[in-house]
Design a protein around this ligand. Sequence first.
Ligand code: PEP
Ligand code: MG
Length: 759
Amino acid sequence: MPSMIYRLQRIVQDVSRSPDIQHALDLIAQRLIADLVADACTIFLTTQDDPPVLILKSCFGLNPDIIGKVTRKFGQGLIGLIAARAESINLIKAPEHKDFILMPNSGETDFPVLLGVPIISHRKVLGVIAIQRAQKVFNEDDEAFLTTLATQLAASIEHAESHGRFRAFGSEKPEPAMHMVKGVAGSPGMAIGEAIVLNRGVNLEAVPDKRIVDRRPEIKSFDDAIRKVQDDLTQQAERMRASLPEEECALFLAYAQMLNSGPLIDDTYKRIEQGNWSPASWRDTVEEHAHVFEQMEDEYLAERANDIRDLGGLVLRKLMLEQSPYIDFPDRTVLVGDEISVTDLAEVPPDCLCAIVSAHGSGSSHVAILAHALGIPAVMGVPNLPVQQMNGLKIVVDGYGGCAYIDPDENVLAEYSAYFEEEEAIEQDLLSLKNEPAFTLDHHRIALYVNSGLMADLTPSLRSGAEGVGLYRTEIPFQVRDRFPTEEEQFQIYSNVLKTFRGMPVVLRTLDVGGDKPLSYFPIKEANPFLGWRGIRITLDHPEIFITQIRAMLRANIGNDNLQILLPMISGRAELSDSLFLIHRVKDEIDEEMGRDLQTPQIGAMIEVPSAVYQIEDICRLVDFVSIGTNDLTQYLLAVDRNNENVAGLFSSLHPAVLKAMRQTVEGANRTDTPVSVCGELAGDPLGVMAILGMGIDSLSMSAGSLLRAKKVIKSFSLSDMETMFSEAITMSDPSEVRELYINALDSKGLGGLIRVGK
Ligand code: PEP
Ligand code: MG
């Protein structure tokens, strides 16, 4: 018998390629009966109801008429018991168990031996798989096999469930129904728009569906692509003849022949006729044919699936060259993707972009931060987002709750349209605060700055009523290029920012790449990028990059005199003194070149690595100010990857441990008379604003989109109230208690609309 891992892989692979959830479940049930020499297999899935119910979705070996008719509550019967206890059961005489409930007309009395396991994903019981036999108890290996399979299937079932609903093209099933997807809140706000999936080109799996009206140009581009690939293959066979044996060259010709006519071509035409564009039609045909080969027991034939996929890739590349790279972005574009990058954002004209929905990432990912900066809602880390099938569909995005409705029904549309009006009213109220200074009720003045980095967010930043730029992320102009920007290019960018905010302080942060901020032209391969070569570590190892940047900054400051420099990822004194040495050297050089004595800008350190918190006084003695980066500080203190949706629920900058570290930073900074501000996302969170002020910080920097909300909170509370709340928060042991404390405070002032949809 093939090894357990091989058998597991085959099942999981087949399931993940199933066209819909029912097909997947039936396949699992059949394969389990064969693999575990069982007589019957039943699969129950959990419904979305509250409380959830288990419903029989597939069964083999028992009367198929019971499918869809047997239901169990959690805790009811053996199946319900497995689900409620999230634990497997292995019984030789199931009917004698006190919880056994017979499924009437099923024929299960013939099979008293029962092994059942729960299917669990992220603590949620998705269903139960049970296998039964007439006799012979299931052994430990069987139990291990079924348990392992269930853990692997959980993700595939979730995936098949959400994707199965969206098989719109050529499917016999009805048109897709509304589908609610849940991720994490990335940026607040709500939007109704059209989903646009950017075309990443050459990967078959990444090709999105696209409805077409005119079939002819699609058929033509498909025919052209096929012809070109055939020509290439024939030429390659000719070229290789000199160096390869005849039978190897024949392979190229065999590939070319497969494209002459036959099912690969005909099936693709059929799909185009059904209204999907040629790349997605080709994708589905290739997948279907590759799958048929994979099913074959003969290993040689099963391997041929790879040939079909290779061929699929060749044709796809040509097809993509035929397609115009230009996308006609709708007025209300919701950018949807597996992973959305800064460069993806830059592709969409800013006035069209109204929201972002991403399968990966979390609320503190840099794309979410940019969404904040642009004032648009973002939902991040949506498991099983059916990206390929979403292009062109209407979508409602709720950036507060971290959820989205794909192809929403009339009720959801009506509900959110009504919220729209409430949101408008809140926005109008906030706009009236724009030119007002931020005073607490007991007259303490709070300084509010913006975080910036995109050219597109400079104007909104200025218009937001900010008193300067508290954090300019210089890495963003680096990321949207295909090489390092020159000193002159940087000079232009920095001059523009400094000039735009003349008379107000502008904090330019030196390059902070690495971690989740890659540069395409400076690839770094590391097992743990967030613990690796990042921020100041890179720039100190590459002084030429650092020096060029500092030169551009200092030159740009001439005539503006509002520059402050901030150093990221400082973990100790040595990095600071090395950076300061280089900055002073550059200043001396420019002084010499220009024959004048330039003003030395204020220099600060980010406090975002835990070691910096514990060395705060040493650090403060070397700098003019410090700025707490709560995004990284939270990530490193809680050991939670800020970008990983699997642990997004654990990421909380309101965690009492983070609050204590911040308070320690404030106390150290106070002892050395060093000004301290906060520039992480917590500063723009209405709940975070109360905590930060309460711990004694009076300078905040945040995304332009958050500024007026923060101001509203500041003007609604007295500092002494916030100090009292903070002294309570810091004694709590759980972030959810802290959240509740601050949410109640907001609600008590009627300000719940600042953190949730509607008023
Ligand atoms: C932070 O870490 O809090 C911060 C402001 O920097 P970034 O999000 O750019 O890493
Ligand atoms: Mg940081």
